[in-house]
Design a protein around this ligand. Structure first.
Ligand SMILES: [Zn+2]
Length: 276
């Protein structure tokens, strides 16, 4: 059982660090200014990976402290000390910059540019805490269990992950979206967090994914043209042995999108969070 005090301290430390990262990024952009786009791009291509590394390392340090405290509190006796995970590849932060610059060249406003950049920063910095926890869990002889604790007003996507409770795997969790300030936690034994009930999130998911709604989505899907359906397809796959190329149906993606949209509507969340 994770004590509420420990969770609150961990969550606050991560959010404070994230706020500092965003502030420094926005000050940096403000300092360079928007008069010369190529200069802004080049400055950010250097500056952004450095900021992600600086604040990502701090997030990972905080995650190590949380991991060790909770491990000890759970009474795990076998010794284990997590090592700091590697910083994210600078290419990732540079790709964020290039994408955002692309929309700026495409006519996006300065405010939109800054909020997009800040959203990426949060995703990368908070993501380092996730990486650290997953890395420690995978190396630890005594394997813990992880769950995502949504922040107040979290979007349907995060609530959907939270509804899976303590059975997250890295593949699912790695889908942290831009701006996401939810907290990944780890516990051992019979995992729990004081004041947290995954059933609250499961109910929101179940209400959205009702039989009635599913029927509605099937008719929506059936009414779509092939081109419209194509937009939801996860991609084209080639069977090398047979030399055949086939396109997977996008139904599962469409349904997931509709589940999340409906959850957002039911929770009164209007701003559509980007879904990776
Ligand atoms: Zn979230």
């Amino acid at each position: 059982m994770i004590a509420r005090e420990l969770f609150d301290a961990y969550s606050t430390a991560l959010l404070t660090n994230d706020a500092m990262a965003r502030k420094e990024l926005l000050e940096f952009i403000g300092y360079v200014g928007f008069n010369d786009y190529p200069m802004l791009r080049d400055s950010l291509l250097d500056g952004c990976p450095a900021l992600v590394a600086k604040y990502g390392d701090r997030a990972a340090q905080v995650a190590i402290e949380f991991y060790q405290e909770q491990r000890a509190a759970s009474g795990v006796e076998e010794p284990y000390t997590p090592t700091l995970v590697a910083q994210p590849d600078a290419k990732v932060a540079r790709a964020d910059v290039r994408r955002s610059m692309g929309s700026l060249y495409g006519g996006a406003g300065h405010d939109a540019f800054m909020s997009t950049m800040a959203g990426y920063m949060t995703k990368r910095v908070m993501g380092q805490a996730d990486e650290q926890l997953w890395d420690a869990m995978e190396r630890d002889m005594v394997r813990g269990k992880a769950c995502l604790v949504p922040h107040a007003g979290a979007c349907g996507w995060c609530v959907l992950i939270a509804s899976r409770g303590w059975d997250l795997d890295r593949r699912i969790e790695s889908m942290r979206h831009d701006n996401c300030k939810c907290t990944l936690v780890v516990d051992w034994g019979d995992p729990a967090l004081a004041g947290y009930d995954e059933m609250d999130y499961y109910r929101i998911y179940r209400d959205a994914d009702s039989v009635e709604n599913q029927r509605k989505w099937v008719s929506e899907w059936n009414a779509m043209s092939a081109e419209e359906r194509q937009r939801y397809s996860p991609g084209t796959f080639t069977d090398r042995r047979k030399g055949e190329t086939s396109t997977k149906s996008g139904w599962n993606n469409y349904r997931r999108n509709r589940v999340i949209q409906t959850m957002n509507e039911n929770m009164g969340i209007t701003s559509s969070s980007r879904i990776k």
